[in-house]
Design a protein around this ligand. Structure first.
Ligand code: PRP
Length: 206
């Protein structure tokens, strides 16, 4: 059995669709029950849903042979895994955004609300800009509205969330999409199986 860690949520469901179309789906995996793990003995795969940020942990430690993760998660946590394939789905960007009309005062420490403190720190360190990271777990867009931060570093896909909250992109930090990652040791002794799945997924990339 090849163990596959999938991220719960919209991105994970899109990626799972690619696995399914490539012949590596697991019956019941999209059911809304509380079951966590699903098997398909014919291609010999077992998939399970975990919090997006946990995918690299399962893969790095070998509890999953491969997994699907957004590039944001990989950049933020820097797991020791192989990044094997860009699935070119879940395409979006990490961006700095602020309230419309915001003017940065370089004399002041910039307050940055984000779910991605490492990405934000690296981005501003490269620019030599002092920042105060305000770590949040969601609804980041609220921070500048309520004066908790000057800017946010967050994921922008359609831009709707920003628009509806009178925020605008100031700068793009990095382009993002879903990636297949693999445990380093498993890539050696299960290399053939992994390659087979990669070939199947590659054929599903639009
Ligand atoms: C993400 C992100 C933005 C939104 C951007 O949040 O944090 O809030 O999507 O998408 P848009 O540009 O298409 O509006 P998500 O819905 O994943 O939930 P979260 O805020 O809990 O992270």
């Amino acid at each position: 059995m090849l163990n596959i860690a999938l991220p719960k949520g919209r991105l994970g469901e899109r990626v799972y669709g690619m696995f399914e179309r490539a012949g590596f789906g697991c019956p019941g995996a999209l059911d809304k029950g509380r079951k966590l793990i699903f098997e398909n003995t014919e291609p010999g795969v077992r998939c399970f849903w975990v919090k997006p940020a946990d995918v690299p942990i399962y893969v790095e430690r070998g509890a999953a042979d491969i997994g699907a993760a957004g590039k944001d998660i990989l950049l933020e946590y820097g797991p020791d895994v192989y990044e094997l394939l860009d699935l070119k789905t879940g395409v979006c960007r990490m961006a700095v955004a602020a309230l419309e009309g915001f003017r940065d005062d370089p004399e002041r420490t910039l307050r940055v609300a984000t779910e991605f403190p490492n990405i934000a720190r690296r981005f501003y360190a490269e620019r030599g800009r002092d920042i105060d990271v305000i770590p949040l777990k969601g609804s980041i867009e609220l921070a500048p509205i309520l004066g908790l931060s000057d800017v946010i570093v967050d994921i922008v896909e359609t831009g709707t969330t920003l628009r509806e909250n009178h925020l605008q992109v100031i700068e793009t930090v990095v382009e993002l999409s879903a990636r297949i990652i693999a445990n380093k040791a498993c890539s050696k002794f299960k290399g053939e199986r992994i390659q087979e799945i990669l070939r199947g997924l590659e054929a599903e990339i639009k």
